[in-house]
Design a protein around this ligand. Structure first.
Ligand code: 13P
Ligand code: SF4
Length: 354
């Protein structure tokens, strides 16, 4: 059979119909995991839609399907490929769906920071990486007794780490790291920033800290400002404002609540009819929640799109499914055995602790 291409003359309706048909023919051989930020045309074909923790758990638990199609960004598909069974294959419909924040740390830079801080504190340090990082950074954490966390369980993992060691080094989101440490009651002066371009100055700054956060960020979430929160409160005085913890600390502090995309979905479901919710996260999710909960007023704090999530569309999903059916699976996600072994140490700690 021939594969659909991007310039296929198929209409949108034909594409959607074909996806349904191929899926049916593939039956239990294929399982589609979709992150909340994906577009509706992709979400509608999901076996499971979730936040990155929920999707990791699914990948680890779903042992039946031969093929897992992961509609999300690179680090999520990579995590699924490491957690799923040896007989399973993970595919991503768009291989260039790289999360820019995950690319802000690499294993060499991370090892340098870990080595310096570990010497400073005589080994009394544990590394934790946000799931938004590559497999090598996860493996580094696994090798040194550390763990992975997501925005859904960062507090639990931070408490776990600081229960064992005096200090914690967190890659690569300074905002999630800072928000989590502040929520645990750590004073700002015990939180230091690690700038990978200035290891000397960063080591000096870290001297009085308990938590050191890597200087990385998500451009989708740093777009939200305290002024956005103030404007929404002026225009909608009864609104509840919730944001993702990748937003800067002043925005999280100005909001009424913060949490993972799964938390945001639950807030929208549980909000009483007639209430107003302003949400600071990726626009595809906010717009879907607004459509699904028409009995509530759900508005974006500002419009902010994750362009890499958006690269996956229904045509690419069709192409991936057709490649499986043709016996030539396209864009298979693989991680070498040694990296997988150590990254899985860190991932399994997350799944058992958090
Ligand atoms: P969640 O873990 O909340 O789904 O977030 C993933 C992410 O990339 C947010 O930008
Ligand atoms: Fe990465 Fe930000 Fe997109 Fe999440 S929203 S995948 S952190 S760029």
């Amino acid at each position: 059979m021939t594969l659909s291409t991007h310039d296929t003359p198929l209409s949108q309706d034909e594409v959607l119909q074909r996806i349904g048909e191929v899926r049916e023919r593939l039956g239990e051989d294929v399982y589609i995991l979709v992150h909340h930020y994906e577009r509706d045309e992709v979400v509608r074909f999901a076996d499971v839609v979730g936040d990155s923790l929920e999707l990791s758990r699914e990948a680890a638990a779903q042992g039946r399907a031969r093929y897992i199609v992961f509609c999300g960004v690179d680090f999520m598909a990579e995590t699924a490929a490491m957690l799923c069974g040896a007989q399973q294959t993970v595919l991503i419909p768009e291989p260039t769906a790289h999360c820019p924040m995950a690319a802000m740390v690499n294993a060499d830079e991370a090892a340098l920071a870990y080595g310096r801080l570990s010497s400073l504190w005589g080994g009394d340090l544990l590394p934790i990486t946000y799931q938004n990082s590559d497999a090598q950074v996860k493996a580094l954490c696994g090798r040194h007794g550390g763990a992975v966390c997501t925005s859904a369980n960062a507090g639990t993992l931070f408490r776990w780490a600081l229960g064992q060691r005096g200090h914690l080094l967190f890659f690569p989101d300074e905002h999630l790291g800072t928000n989590t440490a502040l929520a645990m009651g750590l004073p700002q002066q015990e939180i230091a920033l690690w700038n990978p371009r200035e290891p000397e100055a960063s080591s000096e700054r870290a001297a009085g800290a308990r938590v050191v956060v890597w200087q990385g960020y998500c451009h989708v979430h740093t777009r939200f400002t305290v002024s956005d929160v103030q404007r929404v409160r002026r225009e909608h005085p009864s609104a509840r404002v919730i944001v993702h913890p990748e937003c800067p600390a002043p925005v999280v502090q100005a909001a009424d609540g913060a949490g993972s995309t799964g938390y945001i979905v639950r807030e929208a479901v549980e909000a009483p009819a007639g209430s107003t919710l302003a949400i600071g996260t990726e626009i595809n999710l906010v717009a879907r929640l607004a459509r699904r909960h028409a009995d509530k007023t759900i508005i974006p704090l500002a419009r902010s799109l994750c362009g890499t999530m958006y690269r996956i569309d229904e045509r690419k999903l069709l192409r991936t499914l057709e490649s499986i059916e043709a016996g030539r699976p396209e864009y298979v996600v693989t991680v070498d055995a040694e990296t997988t072994r150590w990254a899985n140490e860190a991932l399994q700690r997350m799944l058992s602790v958090g």
